[in-house]
Write a protein that binds this ligand. Structure first.
Ligand code: GLN
Length: 192
């Protein structure tokens, strides 16, 4: 199974490593052509403004949102969550997300004191906690009724799923724990 990692900007290397460890073949996506033969996709952390701008100028944006709408499984982490959201609060005026998952997120929503932090997350279906690394993470301020919340921190969703779209406010690629990537691959390749 070929899993693309959007490699326009940001933390894509570690995702590729985790995918290999989980038994998938990672593929760096840098233009529309690369998107043609992937079975699933990861949108990494980084700067959502830059990722969206580059996606637009490289001609990836529309193709990406069409493919996701047509069922391409996708995991968005941190900035990737912002890119996939329906609405961005405190984003730039020209920052239009793809609207693939029914959540509204506040950029850098954990505030100055908590700009970066770690937390042990209880994730539905995991036997032991998952260490969540949050780096200027988005705060999910609204999750629609079709969104399943798989983990929260102090009442705020940090891991969301809607059909084959998963988003995390934290960086699962930065801890040596492949369970989120494995879960994503299971979801992506489960017959539905
Ligand atoms: N704050 C960044 C943004 O708005 C996201 C940070 C991250 O991906 N670690 O895009």
């Amino acid at each position: 199974m070929k899993v693309g990692v959007l490699a326009l900007q940001g933390a894509f290397d570690r995702h590729a490593q985790e995918l290999s460890l989980a038994g998938a073949a990672p593929l760096e996506i840098r233009g529309p052509k690369h998107l043609e033969d992937v079975d699933a996709l990861i949108i990494p952390g980084g700067e959502s403004t830059t990722i969206l701008k580059l996606a637009e100028s490289l001609g990836v944006r529309d193709l990406l949102s069409d493919q996701i709408r047509d069922g391409l499984p996708v995991l968005g982490t941190c900035a990737g969550m912002i890119v996939l959201s329906k609405a961005i609060i405190d984003g730039r005026d020209d920052q239009n997300p793809l609207g693939s998952i029914d959540i509204d997120v506040r950029r850098n929503g954990y505030g100055r004191q908590l700009a970066s932090f770690e937390a042990d997350l209880q994730i539905a279906g995991f036997e032991t906690p998952f260490r969540g690394v949050f780096i200027r993470a988005p705060l999910v301020e609204r999750a629609g009724k079709d969104v399943e919340v798989l983990a929260s921190v102090e009442g705020n969703p940090v891991f969301c799923r809607q059909e084959k779209i998963m988003t995390t406010s934290f960086h699962p690629e930065l801890v040596s724990d492949g369970r989120i990537h494995e879960l994503f691959l299971e979801l992506a390749f489960a017959s539905s």
